[in-house]
Design a protein around this ligand. Structure first.
Ligand code: G3D
Ligand code: MG
Length: 289
């Protein structure tokens, strides 16, 4: 799927990927590379890698620490077609450090370069959601910059297709992503009882089915979202906070938005933040949130 998408890039594009060491940049590059045997790694340094996949050139930097390299990134950042900032969403101890580096980059980038924030390691049970990461990085302060945040896992590939669809849209000006279309949501607790349903009557149609899937897959794939396609619809199952959530969406809805919305919804349910739940349900955009 990702492979097909990357082959759509006819125009050469330079993607500069930045983030603290350990964010998952190399893991993502390796994931992308796997689908393309022709990919090359012409340059590898201690904190720099350059790799070419189809018409895409990824210039990957570990930022932070080495002040002597900052001048170098400036050049790369200014010549980028798209900037990608990756953060380890599960490492809260480095959020502040990541934020500092993020804003250092934002302050030197050209306003015209689109900026994609990847909140990585979404597969880990304690990973912060895109909503939290957006708050942590204070993304609402970004002015005159086209930006997006997405929840991804460089390890499982979750969300990478949506991420590169966004990059494709920015580079070509052509639309690929569809808005998230939710038909219904059911959340059950660890006993299999329905604790949330949207719309209300959805539980009657769907509750028993979700319980059945949940007990059927009890011990496997606990934290990894799974999805089943049925005609034009898709059912995505997400487990967090000792709950199982199932959402029925249109097949074209972006996966990472759906998963991050569900995790945030379940987090809000577990904290009894019902206003937050209402707000989440009203929001329907593509991309990260
Ligand atoms: P970097 O290139 O940004 O420095 P790496 O980061 O790609 O080297 O990743 C750092 C560590 O995080 C690696 O673990 C890697 O496997 C892990 N990692 C990267 N992406 C993900 C992800 O999406 N989910 C999970 N669970 N782990 C991820 P090691 O143990 O090799 O240091
Ligand atoms: Mg690396």
């Amino acid at each position: 799927m990702l492979d097909e998408l990357l082959s759509l890039f006819r125009k050469k594009a330079r993607l500069v990927v930045l983030g603290l060491d350990g964010a998952g940049k190399t893991t993502m590059i390796n994931y992308i590379k796997r689908g393309d045997p022709g990919a090359t790694f012409p340059t590898i340094g201690a904190s720099f890698e350059r790799i070419k996949v189809r018409n895409l050139v990824f210039e990957v930097w570990d930022i932070g620490g080495q002040r002597n390299l900052r001048r170098l990134w400036d050049e790369y950042v200014k010549n980028a077609d798209v900037l990608i900032f990756m953060i380890d969403a599960a490492d809260r101890s480095r959020f502040l450090e990541a934020k500092e580096e993020f804003w250092r980059i934002v302050n030197i980038m050209e306003r015209s370069i689109p900026l994609l924030v990847l909140a990585n390691k979404a597969d880990l049970p304690d990973a912060a959601t895109v909503f939290e990461i957006a708050d942590v990085l204070e993304l609402s302060r970004l002015k005159e910059v086209t930006w997006q945040i997405m929840w991804v896992s460089a390890l499982t590939g979750m969300g990478l297709r949506d991420a590169f669809a966004w990059v494709y849209e920015q580079v070509t000006g052509r639309k690929l992503l569809k808005p998230m279309e939710i038909e219904g949501i059911v959340v059950i607790d660890s006993e299999g009882r329905v604790i949330f349903s949207h719309p209300k009557e959805y539980a009657e149609r769907f509750g028993a089915f979700v319980s059945a899937i949940d007990s059927f897959t009890k011990d496997s794939l606990r934290e990894i979202p799974s999805s089943v396609e049925m005609g034009e619809k898709r059912i995505v199952i997400v487990r967090r906070y000792r709950m199982t959530g199932a959402v029925v969406i249109s097949k074209r809805s972006p996966e990472s938005s759906v998963v991050s919305m569900m995790v945030e919804l379940m987090r809000s349910l577990s904290n009894q933040e019902m206003e937050r739940v209402e707000r989440l349900l009203k929001r329907s955009t593509y991309g990260g949130w």
